[in-house]
Structure formats: structure tokens, C-alpha cells
Design a protein around this ligand. Structure first.
Ligand SMILES: Cc1cc2nc3c(=O)[nH]c(=O)nc-3n(C[C@H](O)[C@H](O)[C@H](O)COP(=O)(O)OP(=O)(O)OC[C@H]3O[C@@H](n4cnc5c(N)ncnc54)[C@H](O)[C@@H]3O)c2cc1C
Length: 481
């Protein structure tokens, strides 16, 4: 039921969208879709070009969950740890049990942890574009997402831990780049969304020019004719079907759903669905007595690039159990023992065999074949696992902390960093899109989400996805005629 007066963002029905010929249609509203939409609206202005976006989920939250005043850490976790809001797709995937999706406007950016590093220049060797070519887009993405290192900078706890790390073999330990708006509200300029979500991209876009947005509208088929995209077939939860016509379509459904849509629409491409990559992830808890730190300890939020071969990074957070966000509206107990959590993420090799594929004879309630995953770590990946445990041990020792339990390697999918199933490249045999995100051989069909990213280093993917999505939008604009 559409209620344009009461919804917090203007929405349109798919029925109405089916009566419009769009110049650009974006499918999916997470990090990639939001970034592409904003860039198109910002660059094109209100010039009569028709832009639409469809999202398979509902209007769940108008902002990142941590910006909601009634959330605390526990309620935030419970809210998303709920099948109503999160699809635990990995339950059907023995090789990839930790996979999950959020189907809602904003996608997983309603919940993400906001860590926003760049891939370093040395990680672009196998990319079809250079680091230098991506720098302008990284800069725009960082500006739009408020990426900075100020979140815990200067807190007593952060400074003590960084000093210890730097003195004990981790010279590049630093404050973590995060997508957090640290500007105070002043002179009537309100900074209410501290934690970034792609809803912010939609807001900037909306205030630039109108666009049509349909929620609860799932793309079920990409329509093409003689190598050219023509639009998408969509379906609503009450099983109504529509065709939305568009000259250009950007798929931003994420690493699982974008290749699923392409494969089930018979879009040709040997690499579609292949080269699935993620990060190996070792998690450890640690503790320390409060007396080691200043009277006002603050929080820790640091990262430790491992110098050896730059294929691993450790993130550290504290002070209460896994908590590095302080909520205004709850009193924080003064703990004697401070608690920390560390993640070590390690780079995984891209392998053709690691892939998603359609399961013959299975369909969901939208009539689309179900996806299955083939995934295993290579010998090189497995060799890194003991190194990661070793890095964790050295870092925790270097900070003079004590482990609280044993470090654990988590299951594939729980890192939330899956990428690569429509990776970009020059060669159509080994890549799904060209270096600008356009599907090889299909004019007007683009991908802008994690699936295009070659996750060649230990950097969380979202900033790179956003930078690439902005670049894809610019490329598309350059080809408007
Ligand atoms: C708990 C958690 C913590 C994370 N922390 C970090 C972090 O600190 N740093 C980082 O870089 N990344 C982090 N991530 C990952 C980050 O959220 C993703 O990298 C990012 O959201 C991916 O963007 P995307 O556009 O590929 O997909 P998504 O954000 O998942 O968006 C995809 C959208 O497409 C929609 N969709 C899917 N299929 C269809 C269809 N057929 N029709 C229409 N719409 C469709 C979905 O409903 C969804 O809204 C985290 C993720 C989680 C869950």
C-alpha cells in the first residue's frame, strides 16, 4: 500500500513506474545503488531525464540503525538478528553458512560497522584500472560518506594502545577510517545522521531533483533485445507482475542477487557468478584492567596493518563487550575490567571455482531459481590462517592485553565482505563487466555493487564499491546522447 503523504521518502507504485520509459533504472538501494543514484542526480540535475529506482524490500528504517535514539547495542543486534529484517541465505549453503542479506531500502548499510579504508595502491596489480584512476572517486566517496579517523582519536585508551603497538612491531597502527559524521550541529546546520547509510545518498539525490522510487518491488528478469537492455520485469509480494522499461539499467542487488538475476535472465558471460571472494576472519576477545588507562578512558577503535606482506589487517574495538559506540541515553557502568574485540581479516585468492550458480528445478515464490554456492579456501589462503592467529597473538601481547577465551576463525559469510561474482575486467572470459561496470556485450546494462569489486587486499569493500559506482555513473553520463 503506497501512502505518499505519510512515507518518509516519496514512493511510487510499480504500476505507475510501468507507465514510464526511464532513461536510467537502478535496481537495489544499498551502498552501490544509492551512490549511483546520487551521482546521476547530482550531475544531471533536473533536465527531464527520467530516473527510477526499485528496491525489493520495504521502508524499514530512515537511517542507520545506530542513529535511532531507542537503540542500544543489545537492541540493535536483536533488531537485525531477526528473520523479518535479515535473510539468512547461508542456511541453505553448506560452503557458505554465514551469508545474509537485508532486504530493505538502504540494504546492509542500515547495519554496517562503518569501517571505510581504501585498498592500497599495491593491491591494484590485477585490476583493470589503476589506483591513480580510482583516487578522484575515492575522494568523492570519502567526502560523501564523511570518512575520517576522528571517532576515537585522542581517547586515552586509543592513545595508550597505539603507542604500545607502535613500540612493539606495529609501526602503522592508526586510528580507523570510519564513515561517521563528526561535525557538531551549529549555526542551524543539523548533523543528525552520525552513522552513514545509503539513505543519505537518497536524501542528497532527492534534494537535487525528483526520481521515482518503488519499494517492495523485486526485479525478477532483466529484459534485453539484440544485445541491448530494455528494462526489467518486476514482481510485488502479492504476486503482481509489471514491466518497467529503461534504456539503461544499473543492477545494485549485491554479490548474491545481481549474478542470480543475470544468470536467470540468460545474460551471457562466462565469468558471471564466478571468482567469489571474501576475507578470512579471525576474531579474538581480550581484556585489561582499567587502571592502565587514564581516568576518562573513552573507546578504542584502531586498525593495525600487518607489515609482513600487507595481506592482513587487525581491527580493534573496546571498551565494553564489543562496544565502541556510546549511546547518549543510557548510563555506562564503570567497569573494572575493560573488554576488547579484535578482528584479523586476511586476503583470499580469487578462484574461478568459487562461484554461485542456479539450482536446476528450484524456484522461490517469485519464480526465480534458487542460488547455491561452491566455495573453498585455496592452499595459499589456508596457509595464511596460522599466520593470522600469530598476528593476533603478537598484537594482543604488544598491547599488553590478555586474551579472554581463544581466538576463532569464523565461517565463510560471517565477514559480510563477499565480492567478485560480477567482477570487472577487460577480458570477457574472466570478467563479467568492462572496467566501467558495463556487462560485456550488453549495451546499457551495468553493475554497481560489491559484486564488481576485486577484493585483492585486506580492506572492507564498501568504500571501494561506492567509488566504483560513482565512476560507473560518470561513464554512463558521458555516453548519454
Ligand atoms: C553487520 C555488518 C557489518 C558490516 N560492516 C562493514 C564495514 O565495517 N565496512 C564495510 O566496508 N562493509 C561492511 N559491511 C558490508 C556492507 O554492508 C556491504 O559491503 C555493502 O552494503 C554492500 O553494498 P551492495 O550495494 O553491494 O549491497 P547491499 O547494501 O546489500 O544492497 C543490495 C540491495 O539490493 C536489494 N535487492 C536485492 N535483490 C533485488 C532485486 N531482485 N530487486 C530489487 N532489489 C533487490 C536488497 O534488498 C538491498 O537493499 C557490513 C555488513 C554487515 C551485515
Amino acid at each position: 500500500m503506497i501512502d505518499p503523504m505519510n512515507d518518509w521518502i516519496p514512493v511510487t507504485s510499480p504500476e505507475k513506474m510501468a507507465q514510464t520509459d526511464y532513461d536510467v533504472l537502478i535496481v537495489g538501494s544499498g551502498a552501490g545503488g544509492g551512490a549511483a543514484l546520487w551521482r546521476l542526480c547530482q550531475q544531471l540535475g533536473n533536465n527531464g531525464i527520467r530516473i527510477g529506482m526499485i528496491e525489493s524490500g520495504p521502508l524499514l528504517l530512515p537511517t542507520h540503525g545506530r542513529n535511532i535514539p531507542t537503540m542500544n547495542h543489545e537492541r540493535f543486534v536483536q533488531y537485525f538478528d531477526n528473520p523479518l529484517h535479515t535473510e539468512y541465505i547461508g542456511k541453505q549453503w553448506p560452503d557458505y553458512p554465514g551469508a545474509k542479506m537485508i532486504r530493505a531500502l538502504g540494504g546492509r548499510t542500515l547495519q554496517w560497522y562503518l569501517l571505510s579504508p581504501r585498498l592500497t595502491p599495491d593491491r591494484f596489480l590485477s585490476w583493470p584500472i589503476s589506483y591513480e584512476q580510482l583516487i578522484p572517486y575515492y575522494l568523492i566517496a570519502e567526502q560523501m560518506m564523511n570518512v575520517n579517523t576522528r571517532y576515537a582519536e585522542g581517547s586515552s585508551i586509543q592513545q595508550v594502545l597505539l603507542n604500545r603497538l607502535r613500540a612493539n612491531g606495529f609501526p602503522s597502527a592508526a586510528d580507523t577510517p570510519m564513515s561517521v559524521d563528526m561535525e557538531p550541529t551549529k549555526y542551524g546546520h543539523v548533523h543528525s545522521n552520525v552513522f552513514f547509510s545509503s539513505i543519505i545518498f537518497l536524501s542528497y539525490a532527492l534534494n537535487k531533483r525528483p526520481f521515482d522510487l518503488a519499494v517492495n518491488t523485486r526485479a525478477v528478469k532483466v529484459l534485453t533485445d539484440r544485445g541491448k537492455v530494455e528494462g526489467v520485469a518486476v514482481m510485488t509480494p502479492d504476486q503482481k507482475r509489471y514491466t518497467i522499461r529503461a534504456k539503461r539499467v544499473i543492477l545494485s542487488c549485491g554479490t548474491w542477487e545481481t549474478p542470480r538475476l543475470l544468470l536467470s535472465s540468460d545474460i551471457p558471460g562466462q565469468a558471471i557468478g564466478h571468482y567469489l571472494v571474501n576475507h578470512l576472519k579471525v576474531v579474538a576477545d581480550a581484556q585489561a584492567n582499567r587502571s592502565q588507562f587514564g581516568e576518562v578512558a573513552g573507546v578504542a577503535n584502531l586498525w593495525i596493518p600487518i607489515p609482513k606482506d600487507r595481506r592482513q589487517v587487525i581491527y580493534g574495538f573496546g571498551t565494553s563487550p564489543f562496544e565502541y559506540f556510546w549511546y547518549n541515553y543510557e548510563e555506562k557502568p564503570l567497569l573494572e575490567e575493560l573488554k576488547f574485540r579484535f578482528f584479523c581479516i586476511g586476503t583470499v585468492e580469487a578462484q574461478y571455482e568459487n562461484s554461485v550458480f542456479l539450482m536446476p528445478g528450484t524456484h522461490d515464490e517469485y519464480g526465480v531459481p534458487q542460488l547455491q554456492v561452491n566455495f573453498s579456501y585455496s592452499n595459499q589462503d589456508r596457509a595464511m590462517i596460522p599466520e593470522m592467529f600469530g598476528s593476533m597473538q603478537s598484537a594482543v601481547n604488544g598491547m599488553h592485553l590478555e586474551f579472554d577465551g581463544s581466538p576463532l576463525l569464523i565461517a565463510p559469510g560471517e565477514d559480510n565482505h563477499e565480492c567478485g561474482t560480477c567482477r570487472m575486467g577487460v577480458d570477457p572470459d574472466t570478467s563479467a563487466t568492462n572496467p566501467y561496470g558495463q556487462i560485456h556485450g550488453i549495451s546499457g546494462l551495468y553493475v554497481a555493487d560489491n559484486s564488481v569489486v576485486r577484493l585483492t587486499g585486506p580492506a572492507n569493500p564498501t568504500l571501494t564499491t561506492v567509488a566504483l559506482a560513482i565512476r560507473t555513473a560518470d561513464y554512463m553520463i558521458g555516453r548519454f546522447h
